[in-house]
Design a protein around this ligand. Structure first.
Ligand code: SF4
Length: 217
């Protein structure tokens, strides 16, 4: 990262544009969701959000939680029924198996612990999902690195990494911990509105002055 870049300034500029963000499937422009904003529902919604768009996550989460609202009822639900309810999110068999097993484990445990080691032991929960739960459900300092965060942090020149795990570590070294939880929501929103994956709209971008890619165009 070169000396002229200020991650705090970048995040503040994005926050003035987008406000405070929300986790996948709970975007402001979709209205209030049906489910509670608690760790279990954030966890399941984040699993649903893997490899699909926010609209599909939202529809699937509403179908699932509309039929089965708590860990015990999802754990007891027939697998085929869960698959049917979440079909829009894609990979219904794989996601339904993971969601049913996660629900069984959480029902036994009584609650979702704010423990990254435990979260990483669950099916279909990698660092991105675990950090998303810690940041959005528990308000803890964690950086959820999805494709938008990884891509935009590299375009900006804040990091020079090829793997999301390395992006997480590199960002932790340059961003104050109190801002870690905002990175995902702000970069995701930026990636959806201006820094589009195929054709970033650098001409409209408020952080172009701080961006290596934007400066090179
Ligand atoms: S200047 Fe372009 S590449 Fe850089 S963050 Fe903005 S939109 Fe993305």
């Amino acid at each position: 990262m070169d000396g002229r870049k200020d991650p705090v300034l970048i995040l503040n500029s994005l926050r003035s544009l987008y406000g405070r963000g929300v986790y996948p499937g709970r975007a402001d422009n979709m209205g209030a969701p049906l489910w509670e904003d608690d760790p279990f529902h954030v966890l399941i919604t984040t699993v649903l959000s893997q490899r699909t768009r926010d609209e599909n996550t939202r529809v699937s989460a509403e179908s699932l939680f509309g039929a089965y609202a708590d860990p015990a009822s999802i754990a007891a639900a027939p697998l085929g029924e869960i698959e049917r309810l979440i079909r829009k999110a894609g990979f219904p068999h794989q996601k339904a198996m993971a969601i049913k097993e996660i629900s069984r484990i959480i029902a036994e445990k009584g609650k979702v612990p704010a423990d990254i080691g435990f979260l990483l032991s669950l099916p279909m929960v990698g660092r991105k999902t675990a950090n998303c739960v810690l940041a959005y459900a528990f308000g803890l300092p964690a950086i959820c690195v999805d494709t938008h965060v990884h891509r935009i942090a590299n375009l900006l020149g804040l990091v020079d990494t090829s793997r999301p795990e390395d992006t997480e570590e590199a960002l932790k070294k340059i961003v104050p911990p109190e801002l870690w939880r905002d990175i995902n929501s702000l970069f995701v929103r930026h990636g959806q509105v201006i820094c589009l994956p195929r054709n970033p709209r650098c001409g409209q971008c408020p952080i172009r002055e701080q961006c290596d890619y934007g400066q090179s165009r």
